[in-house]
Write a protein that binds this ligand. Structure first.
Ligand SMILES: Cc1cc2nc3c(=O)[nH]c(=O)nc-3n(C[C@H](O)[C@H](O)[C@H](O)COP(=O)(O)OP(=O)(O)OC[C@H]3O[C@@H](n4cnc5c(N)ncnc54)[C@H](O)[C@@H]3O)c2cc1C
Length: 414
């Protein structure tokens, strides 16, 4: 029977960063996943480390937008009719957390994590030999209409109050930064405190390699086998059973598969999203991620090509892929940037693990001895992975956390 100080379940970017931080603090750690590190949600994101976010992504509250979403007329959102009843309770809860007041509250609570996110990743990347994937070039959000830009103003003003910097640009100013964009937008914001990655999968793999170099052990196994045995946590892996005093659930969208059988029910919703890689026409390139806000998609340069990522699709986690949003937004994307042909056969489907208040769940599991939770990072799990690793590492080793972890406790939903 192998025995470690801690088992970390899930080797996405969050679990790998947690495992690395625990190993750095001298703990013996087993990191368990059914696949290789970083191959699920953490593989396919937009690669943005949002050191400068204001409001979390909200559920639309204007009647016009709701009707457009209901009629499937918006490119930024899609849903499965047949799944609506099942996901309705979570959607309702998400809707209730999308008022201006609640968004401000979540923005303030997220701020300590976001503000440290770039520095924390940069430090981990430096020791993991992964700095070559890091671009500290900000990101650009584009507004095609004056109305969309005006609607952003309250958020900008609130951002300034909580220390989020943004530079207002006109079309020419944005084109000076990204000369391959077409002038189909009227306003832009440049967020200098944002960084991005050219290969998120490679970064998770680099953290996993560093974890192993510090003595950590990666194992393939099924997290659903987690159970109590002889007063400890035990999980079955391909290397045999492993037990430990403490276990950390970092299973992102799959966290309920392990928690619900243990009697821990938390309102985790899934916002599915897709990406597809395209070749750029000619020598066209992008130096930073671009968000075409009114169409709700992002374009970013990855080692695999120009990655186009979509907004949210509301459907069961395990429902078959329905990448219809590409048809709705590709004309706009091609108008903005000279995209060539897709360079892979099918779009990739990912699942953002979202709590209704858009804050992650971090800390001890309620009522379960030695069980820790680190999941539910929603739209910004890559961003918050490094700081999550640090916070969980500090809490599990009895050190003073770099920020008050109270806002992220699971008990807020109980
Ligand atoms: C289209 C899209 C774009 C995004 N863009 C960004 C962005 O630009 N910036 C940003 O910060 N975030 C972004 N995100 C969100 C971010 O990708 C996620 O929040 C993050 O990857 C979640 O990481 P995780 O480690 O919690 O989950 P995951 O990466 O999903 O890791 C969970 C792990 O658990 C494992 N697992 C599941 N079940 C079992 C089991 N039974 N046994 C063993 N292992 C199991 C899986 O194999 C997986 O490796 C985006 C997401 C999407 C979908």
């Amino acid at each position: 029977m192998a025995r470690v100080d801690a088992i970390v379940l899930g080797a996405g970017i969050v679990g790998t960063a947690v495992a690395l931080h625990l190993a750095k603090r001298g703990m013996s750690v087993g990191l368990v996943d059914k696949r290789g590190p970083g191959e699920e949600t953490s593989y396919g994101n937009t690669g943005v480390i949002v050191g400068a976010s204001v409001f979390p992504t909200a559920f639309p509250r204007s009647l016009k937008k709701l009707i457009q979403v209901a009629l499937k007329r918006t490119p930024e959102a899609n849903y499965h009719w047949g799944d609506l009843m099942k996901i309705a309770p979570w959607l309702w809860s998400y809707y209730r957390f999308s008022t201006q007041e609640k968004l401000k509250d979540s923005a303030v609570k997220l701020r300590p994590l976001m503000a440290q996110s770039v520095a924390e990743h940069e430090a981990l990347m430096a020791e993991s030999d992964a700095l070559k994937y890091l671009r500290k070039t900000g990101w650009l959000t584009l507004y095609r209409s004056d109305a969309a830009y005006e609607a952003m103003k309250p958020q900008l003003e609130f951002g300034a109050q909580i220390g989020v910097a943004a530079q207002e640009l006109d079309t020419a100013g944005a084109l000076a930064l990204e000369p391959n964009l077409s002038p189909v937008f009227r306003h832009a914001l440049m967020w200098p405190d944002v960084a991005s990655l050219s290969n998120p999968l490679a970064v998770t793999r680099a953290y996993a390699k560093r974890f192993r170099a510090l003595g950590g052990v990666f194992m393939n196994g099924d997290a659903r086998s987690l159970h109590r045995a002889d007063g400890r946590w035990r999980v079955d892996t391909q290397n045999g059973p492993v037990d430990s005093r403490e276990a950390v659930i970092c299973l992102g969208p799959w966290a309920p598969d392990v928690l619900e059988p243990l009697g821990i029910k938390l309102p985790l919703g899934i916002k599915r999203g897709y990406h597809r890689h395209f070749d750029a026409k000619g020598n066209a390139a992008l130096s930073r991620p671009i968000i075409d806000t009114e169409y709700g998609y992002a374009l970013t340069s990855m080692e695999q090509g120009i990655r186009l990522t979509t907004g949210a699709e509301f459907a069961r986690r395990d429902a078959a892929p329905t990448p219809v949003q590409f048809d709705r937004l590709l004309p706009a994307a091609r108008e903005l940037f000279p995209l060539g042909e897709p360079n892979e056969a099918d779009p990739w489907l990912g699942r953002r693990p979202n709590m209704p208040d858009s804050l992650p769940v971090l800390g001890r599991a309620p009522g379960s001895q030695g069980l820790w939770l680190a999941f539910g990072h929603g739209h910004w799990g890559l961003t918050m992975a490094g700081v999550t690793g640090r916070l969980i590492g500090e809490m599990m080793t009895g050190n003073t956390p770099f920020t008050d972890p109270a806002p992220y406790r699971a008990e807020r939903f109980m």
